[in-house]
Design a protein around this ligand. Structure first.
Ligand code: ADP
Length: 346
């Protein structure tokens, strides 16, 4: 560790001036009382005393402060060996104060981040086990019943095996969502940006969900015919996931014989707005701010038959934000909802 050569001389200059003045005055009086007064003698005496005091004071004070400052640095680097080791030691108080303050602020931020992570970890673990419990117990229940004798009945066997399979499917679905959300929240997901046609992507999503919509007789369509492709630059897979989640929700929470409409609108700054509108059950106002929280569901106790993992919208929000885009929601309870997001046109 080197000594930083930013010194202050004020202390030594002043102190040596006081000593010099006092000694010179005293010698002047004494010589005039006991000897013959000599101006030159007094002058040389005063000058050399002042110079000597200056050097002694400067050297001693520096050494004194350096020793103490070094102790502070050593104690800090004992706490944080990596950060402080290669810093120079300084006797300059302003720099020292700044360094210590910076150290304290960094530590505070680090502690806060660790606390947040710990909180996140605890909450996440709690939610995960809660989510997995229901389907796991369902599967376990059917398998136990089969082992206990139900397997002998051909019809029951098929029925219970199918139900167990449904439970496993749900488990897989939850685990996939969990994997995705934890990757997104840890910032581990890299976007693979490419140029593609948004209209084609939306059509693909609608085709995939046609059966699901038909089951509820929901009319799933564009608001108009889009003859020309709308080229955007984004991660195809991720945006497909966003569209899937939004359209699935519009069906899940849509009413029988209702409708889901997909609309594209041009915005300023070469952006496009994608709107997914349904006329389903809608969302009460006080629940809207919490929709994008992970594991949030409006109907927590009610039948889980419609419910997914409660992660769908959290995943959507993360993906859109990873694209540096915005997501919006408008909803009127018992009337319907609109989820929309922006994308950059290619
Ligand atoms: P889930 O897996 O429960 O669908 P989401 O994160 O996708 O989780 O949605 C969170 C909650 O937001 C849902 O439980 C539902 O109550 C509400 N929600 C989402 N989309 C809609 C919609 N289109 N209409 C009404 N409610 C919705």
């Amino acid at each position: 560790m080197g000594l930083k050569l930013k010194k202050t001389y004020k202390f030594a200059v002043r102190s040596s001036a006081y000593i010099g003045l006092f000694a010179t005055g005293l010698v002047a009086i004494l010589t005039s009382l006991f000897f013959e007064f000599s101006g030159l003698f007094v002058f040389i005496f005063g000058l050399s005393t002042t110079a000597f005091s200056f050097f002694v004071l400067q050297y001693r004070a520096e050494k004194f402060i350096y020793k103490r400052v070094k102790k502070i640095y050593d104690e800090i680097s004992f706490l944080d060996a990596t950060d402080f080791h290669n810093q120079t030691i300084t006797t300059d108080m302003a720099t020292l104060t700044r360094n210590v303050k910076k150290f304290a602020t960094d530590k505070k931020l680090e502690i806060e981040m660790l606390k947040d992570r710990e909180e996140y970890r605890r909450e996440f673990l709690g939610n995960v086990s809660h989510e997995l419990k229901t389907p796991l117990f369902t599967v376990q229940g059917y398998i136990s019943t089969l082992i206990d004798g139900a397997h002998k009945d051909k019809i029951l066997r098929k029925k219970y095996l199918e139900r167990a399979e449904k439970g496993v499917e749900r488990l897989v679905y939850i685990v996939q969502d969990l994997d995705m959300i934890s990757k997104l929240e840890m910032g581990d997901v890299k976007l693979e940006l490419k140029t593609f046609d948004l209209v084609a992507l939306a059509q693909e999503v609608m085709d995939l969900l046609e059966m699901k919509a038909n089951a509820k007789e929901i009319d799933l369509n564009f608001d108009q015919k889009y003859f020309k492709p709308i080229m955007v630059k984004a991660d195809y897979q991720k945006i497909q996931q966003v569209m899937l989640n939004l359209v699935v929700n519009s069906i899940k929470y849509g009413k029988e014989k209702g409708s889901t409409e997909i609309i594209f609108r041009n915005l300023e700054n070469n952006k496009i707005l994608v709107r997914v509108i349904d006329n389903g059950e809608g969302i009460e106002k006080h629940n809207i701010p919490r929709l994008f929280e992970r594991f949030f569901r409006v109907d927590k106790s009610g039948s889980r038959s419609e419910g997914g993992s409660g992660l769908g919208l959290a995943i959507v929000k993360h993906i859109i934000e990873a694209h540096h885009q915005k997501i919006f929601v408008k909803s009127t309870f018992k009337k319907g909802s609109e989820f929309s997001f922006t994308l950059d046109k290619a």
